[in-house]
Design a protein around this ligand. Structure first.
Ligand code: SF4
Length: 327
């Protein structure tokens, strides 16, 4: 591991300055992803700024908004009564993530910033455009079972690994930041960016900009939400395919719906096309099939990951039947 200096600021302003003034500096909170990346040589910093002393750990409901501080731990957010009652998809997505030990340690700010699990990215001996821009993407023709069928480019097809981010996207959450240029509110839909020709850039954050929390609207639809995650083993595993849904179903008709997906795309993926196939209609085999087709129109598959198209159709159908109580 490359040597680095360590700083432990007591205020957000100091933390932002300590990272912003040094191009090679980075923040650390739970450290459950960053330390592995640094040990593996996949990521390096010459200054680590520990933000754990900052007052960013609270979960507070004010009116129709729940604000979750960036340092709130995954396990605490998942178990929080207001989150469980008003935002079940968030609680379920967190409980489906990682292991109990990691959930006790990992902070939610870091969760939405975690890096891809692409094996080439995490192997410092492999080429990888995300780690070393311009070096190539061996996943395009190599091991790509876990890779994206939506949102990829010929520079990168890595899947974004966060379950929590997929749930936040379904609920129109907003990411709160503080940076060298001041405070920002970034809609979750704009927070992660597609790889395009610059896969090393994964979010809308500027250097030195710190995620201080997320705000999630409390709505009737959010209270009727849920998360389905399909994975290769029952715990401590990333999604092969995941579906987050929020549903407003009245008289058997879908009045409104949000559908977001994990495991299949290079960023947490919302499908307005699939939502449109269901809005104003009943949940039937036909409308579910149409929604699945709308979701994956334009998918680019490879031998290793082509199975995800059929799997996500089945996951979507099963999850919406369950959530809507439709047999
Ligand atoms: Fe790197 Fe992305 Fe290719 Fe994986 S898919 S090897 S992260 S460029």
């Amino acid at each position: 591991m490359k040597a680095f200096e360590y700083a432990g600021p007591r205020t957000v302003a100091d933390a932002v300055q300590l990272v912003g003034e040094r191009p090679g500096a980075g923040f650390i909170a739970g450290g459950t992803d960053l330390l592995n990346l640094m040990k593996d040589g996949a990521q390096a910093h010459d200054r680590i700024v520990d933000i754990n002393a900052l007052p960013l750990g609270d979960v507070v409901q004010t009116g129709n908004v729940i604000r979750i501080g960036a340092l709130a731990r995954m396990a605490d957010v998942a178990a929080h009564p207001a989150v469980r009652k008003a935002l079940p998809v968030v609680s379920q997505a967190l409980l489906a993530s990682a292991s109990p030990q990691v959930r006790n340690m990992a902070a939610i700010g870091g969760n939405i910033l975690q890096r891809t699990r692409c094996g080439y990215f995490r192997d410092a001996g492999s080429a990888c455009n995300k780690r070393i821009p311009g070096s190539g993407c061996p996943a395009l023709e190599g091991q790509n079972r876990g890779h994206a069928v939506l949102g990829g480019s010929d520079h990168c097809i890595a899947v974004h690994p966060s379950d929590f981010a997929v749930a936040l996207l379904a609920l129109d959450a907003v990411v709160l930041t503080q940076g060298p240029a001041g405070a920002r509110r970034i809609p979750m839909s704009d927070f992660h960016v597609l790889p395009g020709t610059t896969p090393q850039r994964e979010t809308a954050l500027a250097h030195g900009e710190l995620v201080v929390g997320v705000e999630v609207p409390v709505t009737a639809m959010a209270a009727k939400s849920g998360y389905l995650k399909l994975r290769d083993r029952a715990t401590f595993e990333f999604a092969v395919v995941a579906v987050a849904a929020a549903l407003d179903l009245r008289g058997g008709v879908v009045r409104d719906i949000r559908l977001t997906f994990g495991g299949i795309a290079t960023k947490p993926w919302r499908s307005p096309e699939a939502e449109n196939e269901l809005r104003g209609k009943r949940i039937t085999d036909e409308t579910l099939a149409a929604a699945g087709r709308a979701l994956t129109t334009g998918a680019i598959t490879r031998p290793g990951n082509a199975f995800k198209v059929d799997l996500v159709h089945r996951a979507l159908a099963g999850h919406l039947r369950e959530l809507g109580g439709v047999r």
